[in-house]
Design a protein around this ligand. Structure first.
Ligand code: DCP
Ligand code: MG
Length: 674
């Protein structure tokens, strides 16, 4: 078992192959979730993985969407860069003062009195499968099938095989890969065994998924006069004795750091960060920002390429830029990351912030059908709201067009509503403005609930807070939209999208000034389908900030217009614990995919998006297969069974039988090509 104390991990361990030839290598800029390193992928030839993933998905809708996301990110970086250039010295100096003030305020909140332990099982599903079938030991194996794998053991990871990757790509990377079907009953059983152990160390432990938990071990350390390292070691041995599984642990003064630490010595290891400010600052000084829960690919790239922030410490060095360019809550989160701060209390149950539903259907511009869909959604939303006694006043319509472009349109009413007729009535107004359009998905979300659910009892009665927000139209817009992204991992969001106008009806209508056709991904990125509010924090439930701070910083920020025109938000997707249907996938109990049962905790932001994209691609394929001519069916789409006459006669060498009895789908059959 590996144990260590102290230093921060180095940047992603996956080796970057340097190029010596001048041949074009388009895959080098093709970064998907599949090409991200996970524990155990040290030494993987990243370029090879990128090339294979690129070649196997090129031309597919998935690929196109990835390209759009990439273009979106580049655009964000450019915008941010040009905003940086526009900052005058005096603006920067003022922002630096604001940052310094915020840093000292944050520093004053540092709590080093708690010892947190984050435990994460090693290759969980794969390890459970290996216990059940010891013949798998030492062989590269993945849990899942040809379409999607849930995890891979460490042997397979050496080939670049990882969770959320389609199985057919994994098999190309590792031809001898063994596939084992997912069996949640087993994982739940083993998870219960591990929890029995956690319970002994912290009866109030918080399990964030089947294989992960946070434990406050302060008391047990005190009572037994043992350091966190010993308790962690003991707990890991106890888990092994109880369940026969290894796990890794991180021990630190707060939850955010404990999570980072648990990944450092994976598998079967632990890392302890002492409860000492200097130790924390040293650890954080070289910690790549991507290691922090809540900072994903887009955020990482924007901070790195536009502002030059690579490590957590850089957040403090560039505090002036951060305060100039981001809203208060985001800036505060970044600065707190720079200080290595995180939550030290037990996460509390969160109030529902929104309720939503959505439906995917074959792309159509038939308005009768679309209004009928809207009526169904209104009825469903009304029923869901009634079950919980909710009355809301912000209604958001989400649309996805035939090319995967997502946009949201929201309106906020002066009164609270809950009836299906009212929802339909206002939903129709939003829909009407978007037609004609060919759509494949529609969703409705209600937020801003009555007081008992977190809203104001009388919307016409202003609190000081709402008054401050209403001081600036951009603030209203921001708080109403609180743009979160369901797309990939980005912390950042676009604040500029919304323009507010007061309609004759007295509605405050929020709309996006951009023509979504110009940059489709932008509307998708900016779509918020989570909840409104800032109660929650990063994926590891780190509290970020409240609205008070947001308005405080907004009012004193010298370049409000700049800040408003830039990015904001803290990985809303990750905080989307209350949304019913974040994508076309419904996450049961916020972690289990309703369509296939794959478990993805809310912190698997990229993976969730990829997973949702996968189902969409799958659905598209089915739709188009159904719509295709019989000839097309026979020649392109139909995947003959291994034992079918067509298959036996086929000369194709690409189709292989998977170990789980399924049929190997080559990429061009799996994804719908244009
Ligand atoms: N999981 C999944 N799909 C993903 C990621 C994870 O279904 N995209 C499931 C399978 C994993 C389990 O969740 O076994 C736990 O996820 P981890 O990220 O902790 O991955 P592992 O436990 O498999 O590996 P390790 O923690 O050793 O990196
Ligand atoms: Mg794990």
């Amino acid at each position: 078992m590996e144990t260590s104390v102290g230093e921060a991990p180095s940047n992603d361990a996956v080796s970057e192959t340097t190029t010596t030839t001048t041949k074009p290598r388009p895959w080098q800029s093709y970064h998907t979730v599949y090409t991200n390193a996970k524990a155990g992928m040290e030494g993987v030839d990243k370029e090879k993985v990128q090339r294979i993933v690129y070649e196997m998905s090129k031309g597919s809708k998935y690929f196109e969407n990835e390209e759009k996301k990439e273009a979106y990110m580049k655009q964000k970086i450019e915008t941010m860069r040009s905003q940086c250039e526009k900052l005058t010295d005096s603006q920067l100096a003022t922002c630096q003062m604001i940052a310094d003030k915020k840093i000292s305020e944050l520093e004053a909140t540092r709590d080093l009195s708690k010892i947190w332990l984050h435990v994460d099982m090693d290759a969980f599903y794969a390890s459970v499968e290996t216990i059940c079938d010891p013949s798998l030991k030492g062989k590269p194996m993945a849990v899942g099938g040809m379409s999607m794998i849930s995890t891979a053991n460490y042997e397979a990871r050496r080939f670049g095989v990882r969770a959320a990757m389609p199985g057919f790509i994994a098999r190309r990377l590792c031809p001898e890969l063994i596939f084992v079907s997912v069996d949640f009953k087993k994982y739940t059983y083993y998870s219960e065994l591990t929890r029995k152990v956690f319970q002994k160390y912290d009866p109030n432990y918080t399990a964030t998924s089947l294989d992960e938990a946070y434990l406050d071990i302060t008391k047990v350390c005190q009572e037994r006069g043992l350091p966190g390292a010993s308790i962690a070691e003991e707990l890991r041995i106890a888990v092994f004795e109880e369940a026969g599984l290894t796990c890794s642990a991180g021990v630190a003064p707060n939850r955010l750091l404990a999570k980072v630490c648990s990944d450092i010595n994976k598998p079967n290891g632990q890392f302890v960060l002492p409860n000492d400010r200097r130790a924390v600052m040293t650890f954080i000084s070289s910690l790549p920002i991507r290691k922090i829960g809540g900072i994903g690919k887009v955020t990482e790239h924007i901070l790195r390429d536009a502002i030059g922030i690579h490590t957590c410490e850089d957040m403090l060095q560039k505090g002036g830029h951060i305060c100039a360019l981001f809203s208060g809550s985001t800036a505060e989160f970044f600065l707190s990351v720079g200080l290595g701060l995180g939550r030290t209390d037990h996460p509390k149950a969160q109030l529902r912030k929104s309720i939503s539903n959505e439906r995917t259907f074959s792309a159509t511009s038939d308005e009768v059908f679309l209004y009928q869909k809207l009526a169904e959604l209104a009825e469903l939303l009304c029923a869901d709201m009634q079950k919980e006694g909710l009355h809301g006043r912000t209604l958001t319509l989400k649309l996805k067009n035939a090319s995967f472009e997502v946009k949201t349109r929201a309106l906020t009413l002066q009164k609270y509503i809950c009836s299906k007729d009212e929802i339909y009535q206002y939903g129709s107004k939003l829909l009407k403005a978007e037609l004609p359009n060919s759509l494949r998905l529609m969703g409705l979300r209600m937020s801003q609930f009555k007081e008992e659910f977190g809203g104001l009892s009388d919307p016409s009665q202003k609190t000081l807070k709402s008054f401050m927000h209403e001081d600036s139209s951009s603030k209203i817009m921001r708080d109403e939209t609180c743009l979160g992204s369901e797309n990939s991992d980005q912390v950042l969001e676009d604040e500029i999208k919304g323009v507010m106008s007061i309609c004759k009806s007295g509605l405050v209508v929020l709309s996006e000034p951009h023509d979504p056709s110009e940059s489709p991904s932008i509307s998708e990125q900016s779509s918020h389908w989570g909840f409104i509010g800032m109660e929650d924090g990063s994926p590891s439930n780190e509290k970020v900030t409240g609205l008070e701070e947001r308005s405080f910083l907004a009012t004193i920020r010298p370049c409000e217009n700049l800040a408003c025109s830039l990015m904001e938000g803290i990985d809303q997707t990750a905080r989307e614990s209350t949304s019913n249907q974040p994508e076309q996938v419904l996450w049961i109990a916020d972690y289990k995919c309703s369509l296939c049962g794959v478990e993805l905790p809310s912190c698997f932001i990229e993976e969730r998006q990829e997973h949702a994209d996968f189902h969409l691609a799958e659905k598209l394929q089915k739709e188009e297969t159904a719509g295709s001519s019989a000839e097309l069916l026979a020649t392109q789409r139909k995947i003959p069974r291994m034992d079918s006459p067509e298959r036996r006669n086929s000369k194709s060498k690409k189709q292989k039988k998977s170990s789980d009895g399924g049929v190997y789908l080559p990429i061009n059959m799996f994804f719908t090509k244009r």
